[in-house]
Structure formats: structure tokens, C-alpha cells
Design a protein around this ligand. Structure first.
Ligand SMILES: [Zn+2]
Length: 266
């Protein structure tokens, strides 16, 4: 089966380079919000993450959510809006985790698509109050819009054997389309319940925020510990980060797609 992956940049934010790798300085740099369209020959177009959307600005107008917008100012040029880049409504939207820069674009789709995410991410998001949720990167108004959806959960899919060279990840690998075309795997340590998706046919591995860039993986240069601890569980993040480096060595044919990597998403 052949599957094409179309990378898309759906807006970007500015933050100190230091936030992405511990050897960088404080100069602000642009971090693209990456999303990807996976063209499945039988099951239609599948969207992995959605980047920024109008809902981000709507949900960060007031205090305390405005702090989110102030600390990581985001821009969404018209040409990068999700609707400017997608011709046909996707048959499925996969949300790697529920941070605003991965989910806000969902509400810009002209027709709401079925959503697949992890139960772990959903349960954590659903039980958080407004402040706790802001700390978790999903402002309250956005959280309320998400809660009106009825997603399917990755963890309800059948599991499959670990692909060759991927043993450093604890797994399990979930067959989310039922045909072996897309395998979702937990990438713990960033946010709650984060998953990545490996596409065996094209050997693309969408790793969301498990690393900030391909270069950071190559150079073994994760973000500072404080940043990791603020955004999730630093120990788990480092375990996942090291596992991805092991996979890079074992499977040099696999292309990694970190969501905020300029090399990957421009
Ligand atoms: Zn994130």
C-alpha cells in the first residue's frame, strides 16, 4: 500500500531558542506548528494534528489565558490556515495530544471530522479546572469546545507487534486504521497521553513534541530540564527522547517529523 504524507505548516509561534535545546541562546526564533495530511488510498485523507486556528485567539483573549498568548506569541498567515491548504474535508483527524497549538485548527474545518486521540490525554484534559488546564497548554474555552466532541480512542484499537528497530519504545503499537497502515505509539513525557504515528509504507514517523527538531535528536540536545518539567514529566521525556535516538540509529531509513521542526515543516 502506498501512502503519501503532505507536511503542512499551520502558523507559528515565537519563543526563545533555548526552549527547544539546552545549548541555544535566548534569541527568539520561529517555531512552526506542524500538521500532516496522510493520503490513504482506501480510507481518505487523514489529518495528523491541526496547528493554530481562530479558536486559539478566541480562547486567549482574557486573563489568565492571555498569558499563554503573551509568552508564546503566535501568527497564522492566511496562506497557512488549515482551510487554505486542504481541498477535501479529512475523513479522520488524529490529535497527538491536546495542547492548543495542535488542536485549535480543528475548529477551522468547514465540516467537523471524526476525531481520534488518546484516552489518557482526554481524561487528563476533561478533569482539569481552568488554571490547571492553562498550565497544561489548553485554554478553558478551547477545552470546552473539545469536550463537546465524541472522539474515538487510540487505546481501543488492536495492538500489533513492535516494528523492527522500534524496541526502545515501550509501546504498545496500535493499529488505528485496522489495516496496518498507521501505527500509533505512546510518546510519554510531553503533556498528557501524547502519541506518535508511524507509517510503515512511507517510513515516516510523526513524533509530535517528543523532540523539538531533527537536529536536536541528531545532536542529542534536548530542551532544558526546567522546560521539560513545566510541560510534562522530564524523566519520561528523556526516556522517550533517548528511545527516538536509538530508533534513528537502528532505522536510518525512517524520517522523523517533530511538530515544531523548521527542517521538517519549514
Ligand atoms: Zn505540545
Amino acid at each position: 500500500m502506498s501512502l503519501d504524507l503532505v507536511p503542512m505548516r499551520v502558523g507559528f509561534c515565537r519563543a526563545p531558542a533555548l526552549a527547544s535545546r539546552r545549548d541555544a541562546g535566548l534569541m527568539p526564533m520561529e517555531f512552526p506548528a506542524g500538521a500532516a495530511l496522510i493520503r490513504h488510498p482506501d480510507q481518505g485523507d487523514i489529518l495528523f494534528d491541526t496547528g493554530y486556528g481562530v479558536a486559539f485567539w478566541q480562547s486567549t483573549r482574557c486573563f489568565p489565558e492571555m498569558l499563554y498568548r503573551a509568552t508564546t506569541p503566535a501568527v497564522l498567515p492566511v496562506t497557512e490556515e488549515l482551510c487554505s491548504q486542504i481541498d477535501v474535508p479529512p475523513a479522520l483527524v488524529i490529535l497527538s495530544h491536546l495542547h492548543a497549538d495542535h488542536v485549535a485548527g480543528l475548529f477551522d474545518l468547514p465540516v467537523m471530522a471524526p476525531v481520534l486521540t488518546s484516552r489518557a490525554a482526554w481524561v487528563a484534559m476533561a478533569k482539569g479546572g481552568p488554571i490547571a488546564t492553562l498550565r497544561r497548554g489548553c485554554p478553558e474555552l478551547l477545552r470546552r469546545r473539545l469536550l463537546k466532541l465524541s472522539p474515538r480512542f487510540i487505546e481501543d484499537s488492536a495492538t500489533v507487534p513492535t516494528p523492527a528497530g522500534f524496541g526502545a519504545l515501550a509501546g504498545p503499537f496500535y493499529d488505528i486504521m485496522g489495516d496496518g497502515s498507521l501505527l500509533a505509539v505512546p510518546l510519554p513525557g510531553h503533556g498528557d497521553g501524547q502519541f506518535g504515528v508511524f507509517i510503515p509504507a512511507s517510513r515516516d514517523f510523526l513524533i509530535a513534541d517528543a523532540a523539538w527538531s531533527r537536529a536536536a535528536l541528531r545532536d542529542n540536545m534536548p530542551p532544558p530540564w526546567l522546560v521539560l518539567a513545566q510541560l510534562g514529566d522530564a524523566d519520561e521525556y528523556m526516556h522517550t527522547f533517548n528511545a527516538l535516538r536509538t530508533i534513528m540509529a537502528a532505522r536510518p531509513d525512517v524520517r522523523m517529523w517533530p511538530s515544531h521542526c523548521t527542517e521538517a515543516f519549514g
